[in-house]
Design a protein around this ligand. Structure first.
Ligand SMILES: *[C@@H]1O[C@H](CO)[C@@H](O)[C@H](O)[C@H]1NC(C)=O
Ligand SMILES: *[C@@H]1O[C@H](CO)[C@@H](O)[C@H](O)[C@H]1NC(C)=O
Ligand SMILES: *[C@@H]1O[C@H](CO)[C@@H](O)[C@H](O)[C@H]1NC(C)=O
Length: 642
């Protein structure tokens, strides 16, 4: 008992220290509505442990309860599956002590010395064998101390998962509940990780939702609205996209469409979804963040690819060269995955539905029955081939020929997934609910009633006759999905830990606010720092699609009334859309038909879609994709994918 009291005291000292740091950061924050502020949580936790220790009662084993609540499927090997992905990640950490510029673009948190040191502490812990309580408590205390020096601007999503994973691995080594002295050290690390995450969400102040089409994202935009987030529009046409960013999904290629249209003996105008080569201005992460800030927005969806990162300050020549696309680290990054095979089926059905609704008096199904994988890859080069990897790796990669998804691309996509603060997967509903409630502070759950699916099509979806080939070629995406799913399991362990800890403290903490959760909880100091960071970011009016819309708010000082500015931007955007449509009366009828059935038309109906497609018709870029797609019929692709 003497020993455990001592260890609790050690842990309490660290908790006190952490509490002071948080106190300073949030000194002026109004936390009246937030009963779950880190400082409060830690103080209450400390008091609860002391009270118990005084009475000679053991501390509650919160980690054990979280463990049981997380791995519930009773499936054999559930924990092992998570540990296997963790072990692959740790092997990468071990083999990559100094990530290069490309790797850092997708995992920018490892630019921080503290994060790299924490990663190596996690590695050492995960590699240690056996059940030495004293050694484990010492390692955890060293990690606790190191966590104090981590910047509260970053959530350290990657390091967080490595540490939680390492603790999980030790739990398995111990074969059951941790001894008391270990438990206190585990509690400290878990609470610190949550606190760091939450504070960094509040500091960054806006969510970038990476919406990979046909993965259930529309649902999430609706949920953002229900939780009081500010975005440019939550209607099903806007779907949380920002018009000026041109992030709508890219689907069908012009040349392959022409072939389909010829087969259908139809001569109608170009459908809006023939938009594979639609132009997107190269707005960098910083420009995007500044745009949201100046328009008072806290949430937006990107349904295309990771944007260009811009060149980091003080970048080496190597880094400047490698700076193409990557993760936007000043956003809170949120992504929803879905099993790639389910997504593929949904994607293929979706396009058939679009054709059917566009060519109302034509038997469009004829064009899709008994087709090969090659046909689909020409029609939707990215949509049916490793869409997650293509989207995560950026615009240049998005248009890569199908033969070029290589193991190093899978690794980069996994790093990008890992850098997301919140990971969801469509089929893990209870885990998603928990992630949104505890991880983002959203009170309103995901809404099931707005899920769109190709089941609405009614008809059977015509899959390619060699569908198994298509599934094989998407094996790299399945690998990324499997990784992301297990990383979500590690998150779940942390979110469950926080939930259980809250219950131990008497519960009743309301994690959420009505203003988009934690992102609206930045202290005045954090808000000031945010404005300082982006004050000098210039967004050229020429790169905005709405031609001047938002420019006043975009290049000037932050507007005093951000809500008013946001409303003005939305009004202006709507005006801009109208203007564009007036310029193309010929497209209006088709557009109206398409829009009636197909809400995701959104910004893809504008003239740039048509311009992009028309340009593509005689530009080298379309020819390149088509000729390269033919190469995919060659026998060499399988070797490259496996
Ligand atoms: C970084 O390392 C990866 C994996 O070894 C490699 O594929 C990539 O080309 C490297 N990038 C740079 C800029 O060296
Ligand atoms: C598709 O192929 C099957 C089997 O070869 C054949 O029975 C069917 O008639 C074909 N359908 C069309 C529309 O060509
Ligand atoms: C938590 O707070 C939000 C707004 O602050 C409110 O809408 C919600 O109903 C509260 N939840 C509970 C369980 O009290």
């Amino acid at each position: 008992m003497a020993r455990s009291a001592f260890c609790i005291a050690v842990a309490l000292g660290l908790l006190c220290h952490a509490a002071v740091a948080i106190d300073a950061a949030q000194s002026a924050a109004s936390s009246s509505q937030d009963a779950f502020v880190g400082e409060k949580l830690l103080r209450r936790w400390r008091e609860m442990l002391s009270a118990r220790a005084d009475k000679g009662e053991p501390a509650p084993s919160v980690f054990e309860q979280a463990f049981t609540a997380t791995f519930t499927s009773k499936q054999a090997g559930e924990v092992e599956r998570t540990l296997e992905q963790l072990s692959q990640l740790m092997s990468w950490v071990e083999a990559t002590p100094s990530p290069n510029a490309t790797q850092l673009a997708f995992l920018p948190e490892l630019r921080s010395d503290a994060a790299r040191e924490l990663a190596s502490l996690a590695l050492a812990l995960a590699k240690s064998d056996g059940a030495d309580a004293k050694a484990l408590a010492a390692s955890l205390n060293a990690i606790s101390a190191k966590l104090q020096s981590a910047s509260s601007w970053r959530g350290y999503a990657a390091v967080r998962r490595m540490l939680v994973g390492a603790i999980l691995k030790k739990r398995v080594d111990f074969g059951g509940r941790f001894p008391l002295e270990v438990q206190a050290a585990v509690d400290a690390v878990m609470l610190q990780l949550f606190q760091l995450h939450k504070l960094s969400v509040a500091n960054r102040g806006a969510v970038q939702f990476f919406h990979v089409s046909k993965s259930g994202g529309t649902n999430l935009c609706q949920s953002a609205e229900a939780n009081g987030c500010a975005s440019q529009g939550f209607d099903t046409r806007t779907n949380c996209l920002i018009r000026d960013f041109a992030d709508q999904p890219r689907w069908v290629t012009y040349n392959a469409h022409k072939y389909v249209q010829y087969r259908m003996s139809s001569r109608q105008a170009l459908p809006w979804f023939v938009n594979f080569h639609t132009y997107r201005a190269e707005l960098t992460c910083d420009q995007r963040r500044a745009y949201l800030l100046r328009n008072g927005l806290t949430f937006y969806a990107n349904e295309y690819t990771n944007p260009p990162t811009g060149i980091p300050a003080g970048a080496s020549a190597e880094e400047a060269e490698a700076a193409t696309s990557g993760m936007c680290e000043d956003f809170v990054n949120l992504i929803m995955f879905r099993h790639p095979h389910d997504r593929l089926r949904s994607q293929i059905g979706w396009v058939q539905k679009l054709y059917k609704e566009f060519y109302l008096d034509t038997d469009t199904q004829r064009a899709f029955v008994n087709r090969t994988t090659g046909f689909w890859e020409r029609l939707m080069p990215a949509g049916v081939n490793n869409y997650y990897i293509r989207s995560l790796l950026g615009q240049r990669f998005f248009e890569f020929p199908v033969t070029q998804v290589l193991p190093q691309h899978v690794t980069l996509a996994k790093l990008a997934a890992l850098q997301h603060d919140i990971l969801l997967s469509l089929d893990a509903k209870p885990r998603n609910e928990l992630a949104l409630r505890v991880g983002l502070g959203w009170a309103q759950a995901l809404r099931d009633d707005v899920i769109r699916s190709s089941a609405e099509l009614g008809d059977a979806v015509a899959l390619p006759i060699d569908y198994s080939t298509m599934l094989e070629r998407n094996a790299p995406d399945v690998e990324v999905y499997n990784f992301a799913r297990e990383m979500q399991a590690l998150d779940t362990l942390l979110w469950n830990f926080v939930s259980v800890a809250d219950a131990q403290l008497g519960g009743g903490s309301n994690l959420s606010t009505d203003k988009c959760g934690y992102v609206s909880m930045g202290s005045p100091a954090a808000v000031q720092e945010r404005e300082r960071r982006y004050a000098d970011v210039v967004i050229p009016a020429s790169s905005l699609r709405t031609g001047g819309v938002g420019v006043a708010g975009v290049t000037g000082a932050p507007p005093a009334d951000t809500a008013g500015a946001a409303a003005a931007a939305v009004r202006a955007a709507e005006g801009g859309e109208q203007q564009q449509q007036q310029q193309q009366p010929a497209e209006q009828k088709e557009e109206a038909v398409a829009a009636k059935h197909q809400e995701e038309a959104n910004t893809g109906t504008g003239k740039s879609v048509l311009r992009g497609a028309a340009d593509g018709a005689d530009s080298g870029s379309t020819k390149r994709v088509i000729s390269i797609s033919r190469r995919t019929r060659s026998s060499s692709h399988r070797r490259l994918l496996h």
